[in-house]
Design a protein around this ligand. Structure first.
Ligand code: ADP
Ligand code: MG
Length: 253
């Protein structure tokens, strides 16, 4: 039995167009991996395919995970139930559904197979949520607002952190979670992500273009995705060399 999220030679196409051309990546619990790479290289495609978005058609490859199950044979809901979390590059606004009601439903779905983790009463869940909000320094007033409705970029990301705290993911993929954030918001998000990683031993994949968030996150591994393939992997030191030389030199490989 393995708790490793083991992506092996994954190929993904959209509308018959090949996007991922054999991606392999092992993520262990508690590890933080960063994926960098130019626009259009397939980073979001990897995230969407792992989450089970129907438009992203998996060809070859496998993704073994929790309890040795083949993640690719599970429905998106089952994947979430198994503890996979995806934070979208563009969070949706859902006016009329409050943050706390949304998180309550998400929690019920996540732990539908684990009765011990469930809260019988709505009030008990709310107390739990308030504790988590305090722990992650999120304003309580936030909880009764409409989901992402009128939220600033930074607030949407705070909500994602809170969502992770509620769902206690085994694996989390954060797609450009730093885009459009100011420096203080980036610091805050990074702090939240590290706390999730530590408190829940979550294996995390952070997709980003920029060095800044990685300076705070201090990833264990950095991978560069170019034209649907990982062309280079290394430690955090790779970030600085990419920042100075760009991706152009890697495309030739
Ligand atoms: P990245 O996140 O690295 O910028 P994406 O994974 O979003 O790249 O996109 C990779 C390629 O797949 C791009 O050429 C993009 O145009 C294409 N693509 C992504 N999503 C779709 C889609 N829903 N329909 C058609 N093409 C898509
Ligand atoms: Mg993207």
């Amino acid at each position: 039995m393995t708790e490793t999220l083991s992506i092996s030679n994954l190929t993904v196409a959209i509308d018959d167009k090949s996007i991922l051309k054999g991606v392999s990546l092992d993520v262990n619990p508690g590890e933080l991996h960063a994926i960098m790479g130019p626009n259009g290289s397939g980073k979001s495609t990897l995230a969407q395919a792992l989450a089970g978005h129907p438009a992203y058609v998996v060809g070859a490859g496998s993704v073994a995970t929790m309890n040795g199950a083949d993640l690719l044979s599970l429905s998106p809901d089952e994947r979430a139930q198994q503890g996979l979390f995806l934070a979208f590059q563009y969070p949706v606004e859902v006016p009329g559904v409050s943050v706390q009601n949304f998180l309550r439903q998400a929690h019920l779905a996540r732990f539908s197979q684990e009765p011990k983790k469930q809260f019988a009463k709505v009030l008990d869940f709310r107390k739990h949520l308030q504790k988590l909000a305090d722990k992650f320094q999120i304003d309580q007033a936030f909880l009764s607002r409409g989901l992402n409705e009128g939220f600033s970029g930074g607030e949407k990301k705070q909500l994602e952190i809170l969502q992770m705290a509620v769902l206690e993911p085994k694996y989390a993929i954060l797609d450009e979670t730093d885009s459009g954030l100011d420096i203080d918001a980036i610091k805050r998000v990074a702090k939240g992500v590290r706390k999730i990683q530590k408190d829940y031993n979550t294996g995390i994949i952070v997709i980003t273009h920029y060095q800044r968030i990685l300076d705070y996150l201090k990833p264990d591994f950095v991978h560069v995705l170019v034209a649907g393939k990982i062309v280079q992997s290394g430690g955090a030191e790779l970030v600085a060399s990419l920042e100075s030389s760009g991706y152009a030199s890697l495309k030739e490989k």
